[in-house]
Every structure is written in structure tokens, then in C-alpha cells.
Design a protein around this ligand. Structure first.
Ligand code: GAL
Length: 686
């Protein structure tokens, strides 16, 4: 366990804090520390955008406010996550050196200002970032409050300046070695796009979809090298202090799995829109999936929920307040999934700037009298009462879903695969949408799946799911094949194994890369349905419960060695298989060629989980109700029972439990009020 999680021996609790915005009000820091103690805070993040306050002109440093804040927080027993201030460039730096500002697709250089917008290939920006980080690390090495480096902030975006384009060409030369290899990889003979000089290459032509994919990889690599560059002085001068950067969930352009490999720990930001509409529970289910993704990237280590809002945000079109209980439930979701720290953006609302109405623990009234503050105190108490959890890795699930940014990128880059319909509250890419829907069905059956990745060891899993895993390389396909051969159960879905790592379709019939024989199916064609259209999948028994509505994607597959377990009921492909099962080696490969509804997926997974010899709940949980277990250090199990819906729900608990909030004995059927969360601890040690 990393040392930071031993601080106070409980899950950490805190927020982004900006004392630098209140330098003329020394009383504010004093009052804030009192309120932090009252709320049960253990840690604060300082200095996220504070560069100019440390370096007001080139090489002139002053750290007085930070010295004072670090010392006083430490005296109060509060640790510090210290941010490097590089997510917003100083005006003096960007005015004197325009090359650190980004250039857009039209070739226009951005003006100074805003944030999260340095040119990622600028050598000068890299030097200046290292210099300020070195000063911070020198000054605070050994400071007892320093617990973690929070590197930069929510890095993202791209730049089309000459330096970035040159770097792209160098990156391609390193990757392909020759133009012949590059042209072959990009299928460049199409539309006469063969490259004859490296200098001809630009990232603008979206018809070269192999190039579009490489540009994504290149930009992602630039961000990783930005992180690595920033961490050089931190690791040199404070080797015992871990480094992280805050992820943004499934953010499309950032391959966070790759990022997680260069960081010491994973942290995430999340701002779900809980707007109290009928399907708001789906938002919490997205958080469930994202948390499982973080857990997967953390590989069993503790991770940090670095930002969330204790109330509303200010940037959705309609910024609903979180209903009573919703915030508590969200905080417990992070904890249940292995986070050992819950931090907010932000501790205190500023008086100015475009985030002055963004939710915070302390409102403009400055008191501890608000509804939000009371709820934050409640979260603080709950985190204290779950002290036993801290640092104990969550146990692995027997089922894992493979998540893959490369497949997201390849589907987006390819013209053809349909975008998913606009889903509440916004559309995901197809890969993520499929992964989430399968995750949700399993959760309702009592199986909280892990998220894994192509290069991880799958041997502990009884069942592996490839959700629209569109891009697959030959090695991963061989790994899937060996996994099934050795007795594993695998699920493939529509849009799985279509293209190779260059975004070229696999020849020889889909699913490609040899998976046709593993699944025992040939996916000949795919039908895309209009929003108002649907088909029906009929499972063997054919009762009402054994049907599923099919929307969006309907593949016309042939069961070769496989046999059909469900067929389409309409259209010219009526009676053709939609779900299949194939014995391969000593394992089983299932294929689902269409987007089923929630009920249909549950029906499908009954067969899958039976083949994997896994126990499932006799009756599925209601949609929007989740049960998560996490073990504590003393061998007791903590159980979190969530009702994400706005109506009350009854849930059958297995075993005997004590309620951590009021000590009540809980067993059998329990009722949960709208948005209620039960935090329980097992009566027996095992
Ligand atoms: C995050 C960002 C924070 C704050 C927050 C508002 O994306 O890291 O600095 O702007 O959003 O929701």
C-alpha cells in the first residue's frame, strides 16, 4: 500500500483548494481549516492553476502563500496533494513565446489565456514546466504535508502547429521505417493517396482512416511524454512521493490505460448529471462502469476520485441540484469500487471567474450552515466509519470486460459503422456503449464485472467479454483463442474483430484474425436500423421473457460450428441466428450479433454464466439497483446497496449485516428510499 493511504488510516477526503485566490483575506484560511476539520477532511489539493503566483516573471520565484498554506494545513493534520501548475500557462510566458500556444486545424494560433491549451510538442513549454516543477520539488521535498504530486490537470486536445506536424512525421518514420510500409498500412492507393515524400504528410485528410488512427496515437503519445517530462524533477527530488494526473473517465482521445502505466497511481474526475428525471439512474450506472474501469487500470491498487461536485456543476445546460442522498450515494460508489480517496472540485466558491457558481463544499455565505455542507459532513463520517477498507484491494470478479481505446478510435475513424443513437444524457462511442450495456446486465444478475485490457493476464477470469472490440491484432486474437481452448468462456458481440491495428478490415470473413473458428460463426453482413426500427431476438423457449428487442445493429451471421441460441423474428433474415454458442477446445465461445435490450442481455447471460459455472441471483435486481461488496482489513465484508432510482425499491440481502449508519441489524428483504444507500458490514468475519 502506498504511504499516502496510511494517512489517518481511513479513506482520504478533501477538495481542490485555492487559498491563492484569497490572499487579502487571511481569516479565510483560518476559517476554512476549522470547517475542513468539521467535515472530516484529511487532505487538500493545492495550486492547480497557480503558476503566476509562484513565478511572476521568468525565473523569479516566490512561494510565500504556499509555504503558509502547507504549514498551516499540516499543523491541522491535513495532508496536501500538490499540483504542478502547468495546466494554465502564465500570460507573460505565452505572450513572449507564441510557440507555446496551440494552432487550430485552420492554421490559426490561439490567443493567450484559457487553460489546458499548451502546445504539446513545444520544447520551450517543456523546459519551463520542468523548471517550475523543479522549484516546487526542491522547496517542498521533505515537507511533512506533501503526500502526492497531481501533475498538470485534465490534459487533452491537439495542436496543428509546424512543430507538431514535424514531430508527427518523425513519429511515423520511427514506426514504419519506409514510405512503402506506411502506404501499405494506410491503404494509400485508395483515392490516390500514396505518399512519396515524408513532408507531404499532414493530419488533415480524414479519408485516410489509417492516418487518422495514427494521429490519435501520436497525440496521445505526446500527452504521455508531457507527463513524463513533468515528472522528471519530481521523481528525482522526491522519489518517495507518488505522481498521478486526473483522468476524465472514458474521455475519447486519451488512452488512459497507456497513461496509467507511467503514473504511480490512478485518479479520476467525474461530474454525473443527476437531474432527477425518470432515467437519471442510468447516469449512476455510467459511474459504476467508469469506476470499474479505474479499478481495472489501478490493477488492484487504491485509486483516487480526484474531482466530483458536492452539489451541482455550472456547465450543463440545466444545472440541477443533486437531490438529498444523491451526493452521498456517488461518494460511496467510488469507495465501493476501490477508491481510497474522495476529493471535490471545489472546497470554496470563488467570487469571480467562470466557475463562481460551480458547486463547492463552502458557498459564498462562508458558513457551515448549508445543506451541502451538512451532506459533506455526512460523507466525512461515513468515510471514517469505513476506515477498515482503506488500502485493501477489491477482490477480482470472475468476469471481465476488455476495454480498448484503440477500438474506440478505429470505429470513429472508419466511415460506415453507425454512431449509437443519442442516449441519455449524451452519446458514447459504440465500444463504450456496448461495454456498459453488458456490464449493466451482469450487475443486475449480481456479477460486478472487472474491466481488463488486451495485454493483461486473463487466466483468473472464468468469462471474458469482447464488447464491439472492433480492432484486434493477431496476438490478441491468438490469446483469445488460447483462453477459450484452455476452458474459458468468451463473449463476442457485433462489431468485434473487424479490423487490424492499421484499421484495415481482416480478410477471410468476419470475425477476423482467426476468431471465426473460435466463435464458429461467419458474420456475413451487418444491418443498421433506423431509430424508429427494431427487430426481435427469440431465445429457444420463446416465452415473453425469452425475447429481446433488437436496435441499431443486426449482424447476419451463419452458425458454422456454432449453434444458434436465439434467432431474429422479423425481416428477410427472420429465423437466422442472432446469438450463438460454440464449443472450442475445452471452453465455450458465445456470440451476440445484435444490440439486445437489458432484459435480452440478462437472458443471454443466463446461458453464458451457466457455461462459466457461475452463480447468479435467482431474480435480477431492479434496473438502477446495485449491490457492491468490498473487503476490509479485518476480514469483514462491507456491502454497499444503492438505489439510484427516484422510486423506492425492495432488495433481498443475502446474509446478515449491521448498518454502519444506525447500527441496525439487516437481513432478508430491505426497502430503500429513492436515492438511498445502505452501507453495511458483515456480522461475521471470513
Ligand atoms: C474539471 C477541472 C476543474 C474544474 C471542474 C469543473 O474538468 O479539472 O478545474 O474546472 O472541471 O467542473
Amino acid at each position: 500500500m502506498l504511504n499516502i493511504f496510511k494517512h489517518k488510516n481511513q479513506p482520504l477526503y478533501g477538495a481542490d483548494y485555492n487559498p491563492d485566490q484569497w490572499l487579502d483575506r487571511p481569516d479565510i484560511l483560518t476559517r476554512d481549516i476549522e470547517l475542513m476539520k468539521e467535515a472530516g477532511c484529511t487532505t487538500m489539493t493545492l495550486g492547480v492553476f497557480a503558476w503566476t503566483s509562484y513565478e511572476s516573471e521568468d525565473g523569479v520565484y516566490h512561494f510565500e502563500w504556499l509555504d503558509d498554506a502547507m504549514d498551516r494545513l499540516h499543523q491541522a493534520g491535513i495532508g496536501v496533494f500538490l499540483a504542478t501548475p502547468t495546466a494554465a500557462k502564465p500570460l507573460w510566458l505565452s505572450e513572449a513565446n507564441p510557440e507555446i500556444r496551440r494552432v487550430d486545424r485552420q492554421g490559426v494560433r490561439e490567443p493567450s489565456g484559457e487553460r489546458h491549451n499548451h502546445c504539446p510538442s513545444s520544447q520551450l513549454f517543456r523546459q519551463k514546466s520542468q523548471a517550475i516543477n523543479r522549484e516546487l520539488a526542491k522547496r517542498y521535498a521533505g515537507h511533512p504535508a506533501l503526500m502526492l504530486w497531481h501533475v498538470n490537470n485534465e490534459i487533452s486536445g491537439e495542436c496543428f502547429c509546424e512543430s507538431c506536424l514535424t514531430e508527427f512525421r518523425v513519429w511515423l518514420q520511427r514506426k514504419y521505417g519506409s514510405l512503402d510500409a506506411l502506404n501499405a498500412a494506410w491503404w494509400a492507393a485508395f483515392w490516390n493517396h500514396s505518399v512519396t515524400e515524408w513532408e507531404q504528410i499532414t493530419p488533415f485528410d480524414q479519408s485516410v482512416d489509417g492516418m487518422v488512427l495514427d494521429w490519435r496515437r501520436f497525440v496521445n503519445d505526446l500527452h504521455v511524454s508531457t507527463l513524463e517530462n513533468e515528472m522528471v524533477p519530481l521523481r528525482e527530488l522526491t522519489p518517495e512521493i507518488p505522481c498521478t494526473t486526473n483522468f476524465m473517465s472514458t474521455f475519447d482521445t486519451n488512452n488512459y490505460y497507456q497513461w496509467s502505466k507511467v503514473l504511480d497511481l490512478v485518479s479520476n474526475d467525474r461530474y454525473p448529471l443527476h437531474d432527477d428525471r425518470e432515467n437519471s439512474w442510468q447516469v449512476s450506472m455510467r459511474t459504476e462502469f467508469v469506476n470499474a474501469l479505474m479499478r481495472g487500470m489501478a490493477k488492484g491498487q487504491s485509486w483516487i476520485q480526484m474531482e466530483c461536485s458536492p452539489s451541482s456543476v455550472n456547465w450543463w445546460q440545466v444545472n440541477k441540484l443533486k437531490r438529498p442522498g444523491v451526493h452521498f450515494s456517488e461518494a460511496m460508489q467510488y469507495l465501493a469500487h476501490g477508491a481510497d480517496a474522495v476529493h471535490y472540485f471545489q472546497w470554496r466558491k470563488g467570487r469571480g471567474g467562470c466557475e463562481k457558481f460551480h458547486g463547492a463544499v463552502i458557498d459564498h455565505d462562508g458558513s457551515g450552515q448549508t445543506r451541502v455542507f451538512a451532506e459533506c459532513c455526512e460523507v466525512g463520517r461515513a468515510l471514517e466509519s469505513c476506515a477498515d477498507i482503506s488500502g485493501v484491494p477489491r477482490e477480482k470478479s470472475p468476469v471481465a470486460i476488455v476495454y480498448d481505446w484503440e477500438s474506440k478510435w478505429a470505429i470513429r475513424a472508419s466511415v460506415g459503422p453507425k454512431a449509437p443513437r443519442l442516449e441519455y444524457p449524451k452519446a458514447d462511442d459504440v465500444h463504450t456503449q456496448t461495454a456498459r450495456e453488458h456490464y449493466n446486465a451482469l450487475a443486475r444478475m449480481g456479477v460486478n464485472a472487472d474491466i481488463t485490457f488486451k495485454d493483461q493476464d486473463w487466466s483468473d477470469y472464468r468469462c471474458l467479454i469482447l464488447p464491439s472490440l472492433y480492432l484486434i491484432d493477431a496476438d490478441t486474437a491468438a490469446k483469445v483463442s488460447s483462453y477459450v481452448e484452455a476452458g474459458g468462456v468468451v463473449v463476442g458481440t457485433y462489431l468485434t474483430a473487424y479490423v487490424d491495428p492499421n484499421n484495415r478490415v481482416w480478410n477471410g470473413g468476419l470475425p477476423g484474425a482467426g476468431l471465426r473458428s473460435v466463435f464458429g460463426v461467419w458474420n456475413e453482413e451487418i444491418d443498421y436500423l433506423f431509430e424508429e426500427e427494431s427487430n426481435t431476438a427469440m431465445f429457444n423457449q420463446g416465452s415473453e421473457q425469452d425475447q429481446s428487442i433488437v436496435t441499431d445493429f443486426a449482424e447476419l451471421i451463419h452458425a458454422e460450428s456454432a449453434h444458434g441460441i436465439a434467432v431474429y423474428n422479423q425481416d428477410f433474415y427472420q429465423n437466422r441466428p442472432v446469438c450463438t454458442k460454440n464449443a472450442f477446445g475445452t471452453g465455450t465461445a458465445f456470440y451476440v450479433g445484435a444490440r439486445l435490450d437489458g432484459q435480452g442481455l440478462i437472458r443471454f447471460y443466463r446461458d453464458v454464466l451457466m457455461a462459466a459455472k457461475l452463480k447468479v441471483r435467482a431474480e435480477a435486481l431492479p434496473a438502477g439497483v446495485v449491490i457492491q461488496d468490498r473487503k476490509g482489513a479485518a476480514g469483514r465484508v462491507f456491502r454497499f446497496v444503492f438505489n439510484f432510482t427516484r422510486t423506492k425499491q425492495a432488495v433481498e440481502l443475502e446474509g446478515e449485516w449491521r448498518d454502519l449508519v444506525n447500527d441496525a441489524h439487516r437481513f432478508g428483504s430491505v426497502e430503500l428510499a429513492p436515492y438511498a444507500t445502505m452501507t453495511l458490514i458483515s456480522e461475521s468475519v471470513n
